[in-house]
Design a protein around this ligand. Sequence first.
Ligand SMILES: [Cu+2]
Length: 339
Amino acid sequence: MISLLTYAVIILGVIAIVQLVRVFELTGELKGRKEWEISEKDNTMQANLYLWFGIVLFVLFGWLVVEYGGSAQPNGSVHGVKYDNLLMINFVLVVFVFLVVNAVLFYFAWKYRRDANRVPEYVTHSTKLEIIWTLVPSIVMAGVIIYGIMFWYETIMTKPSEDAIVIELYSKQFDWTARYGGADNQVGNAHVRLIEGANFLGIDVEDPTSKDDKIVKGEFHIPIGKEISFQLRSQDVLHGAYMPNFRMQINTVPGQMTFFHFTPNKTTKQQREELDDPEFHYVLMCNKICGASHYNMQMNIIVETEEEYNKWLGEQKDFMAQVPELFENSEEKLMAEKK
Ligand SMILES: [Cu+2]
């Protein structure tokens, strides 16, 4: 019933507008003015409105930059400094072009409004102008792309150093698990087919390097100034390992491993003091919409000094001690029993 009334109001409204336009046309005819004739006054008003529209647009844009500009997430990694710089250069360039082009657009629309006394100048071709507007953007774009590619290869695509701390991040609907290599800094082999009961990561218990692995949930710790080398896996669907503060984002893909490495340059404590926010946390989030509880798929990251990190890692149980029953039938155990 309500919807029928709404339709009736809309239809009546349209009819009223059509009639109103008709009234304007008729009054124009009565005054002896043709509707396609635009007076000098109307013309100037339109031009002024256009100019004012441009000014309001620029003021609003300025307000947006002041209010929401800059990075939403404080940086906590070495490569993040360069990354932010690259982004800023691109931003400044884009804003500069935006301001110049639009300023000219609105100004010219106002300045060159219709004028019965103006004599137009017919320019059909200008080689000089065409060279300028082809070359300048080409050079600037090439510069931006070359800088971006250099950053990509020098910073993101390099191999992690030999002594980097190896951490595996394992994603599944809907949580993360971190696995450390333990004393040998080597995470043991794992495969989705080995997932069974308590062995929810599918760790190969026959692999000698897996015995001292440390599995943590909820939060994981990393030391400042040390390179962290991540290997990432997924059990079910595509997830996205997103650590906004470390300027890191990489997909986790079922059936294959992905890699990323970075060096944290600020502890959680330092970041909290700088931001004056005692609640601040570095986070690992999922940024591929992966199902109903996707929004809740996150893990806190604690960046601390090397001593604090070593102390924390020492408190974590080895994989073998966490789930001893998995190793009951392992060769080593059987050999020990034989003796
Ligand atoms: Cu996810």
